[in-house]
Design a protein around this ligand. Sequence first.
Ligand code: PLP
Length: 455
Amino acid sequence: MIDNHLPTGELQALDAAHHMHPFTEGAALAKKGARIITSAKGVWLTDSEGEEILDAMAGLWCVNIGYGRDELVDAAARQMKQLPFYNTFFQTSHVPAIMLAKRLAELAPGALNHVFFNGSGSDSNDTNLRLVRHYWAAKGQPERKVVISRWNGYHGSTMGAASLGGMKGMHAQGGLPIPDIAHIDQPDWWSEGGDMTPDEFGLERARQLESKIEEIGADKVAAFIAEPVQGAGGVIVPPESYWPEIQRITQKYGILLIADEVITGFGRTGNWFGSQTMSITPDIMTCAKGITSGYIPLGASIVSTEIFDTLNAAEEFAHGYTYSGHPVACAVALENLRILEEEGIVERAGKETAPYLKEKWQSLADHPLVGEAKIVGMMGSIALTPNKATRAKFAAPAGTVGYICRERCFANNLVMRHVGDRMIISPPLVISKDEIDTLIARARLSLDETYEKIK
Ligand code: PLP
């Protein structure tokens, strides 16, 4: 049993001494001490001081069914007793991987009927990168290697996934991107749209894909990868003109479309997948996070029948992870998908709670600090600005005001994240209307306090 009962200060000191945190400034952490979360239920976290915090980020966009579902614990325990591990290499398989692959093939739209399991979102995108190159080689076009993605897109932290991503801060550390990755600009109208209407801007940004393909040469381009709705980049909802144009261009040049659904999958945008919400037909979908509601790590690349058939006819794809199709993770995922479906969570979130959240979220746009308030399904963002009319940026370095607002939220027991000066939410899909009211009240209070602070 893990000792949950050490005093907070002692835990913080041990944490700062030995624990290296992802995406965390070490000096700030050592000075302030981490907030230590000890338990959770539904949409509520409890910290080591007994404070109850509304988690409007579902952990890291992952706890779609909410915290504290014993059915997932029982599914893991049953599987651990029966078969805690076996691999799926070298012509072996096991029931959880078989049944989960079948279930995902049923849920995923169109011809996406074949599943390669991975351990996370990052290594799923590494799989995709290798897989699309292997696919084109198998089709006799090995020179088709380049994958195009977007600045400010996020696809993970491994060498491949961080290269696919367009986070310049990540590229600056360690010589990324790796070769044969190219980037185009993102469809963020609020920050970059200038005098264009959102639809004009959406088309302009989509057509950058066409220009980039022409510049590289279509015979060298393997795929385009993008999140249906950018998450970690700040919940950037693209203009309506964007995705149809992207789809037209990928089809015109015959390049593969990879939809990174790590955040947008499993109900987040109001449908099972963001591709359905955005009316896209991808050739590959990247999944992780909500596939197990984050209770245990698992990732998946779901590919079309055409890709599957091509790979099966080619030499062996020399790729795989020890934990590809881990039986315990697959058993937990199956139970998670059963709950999402049988309890009507995806449907209820899409039809009832998401519209309610949308109305309340958009009401924040009357706050003096808030420019646009965007939301799709259960993922939303607000842009903080000193001047709504001109969509101005703050004089302080980007992220300063967002950080203040995030700190006020945290002090008011609300987890809301900031990306630069955008505040973002992605609550568990099971959030109730009462809890949405609490979320909005705490967000408004935190915005008021931020406003006072920066005056
Ligand atoms: N792709 C997207 C769209 C993500 O948002 C993330 C993580 O936030 C990843 C990939 C990487 O997933 P993981 O952190 O599980 O490696």
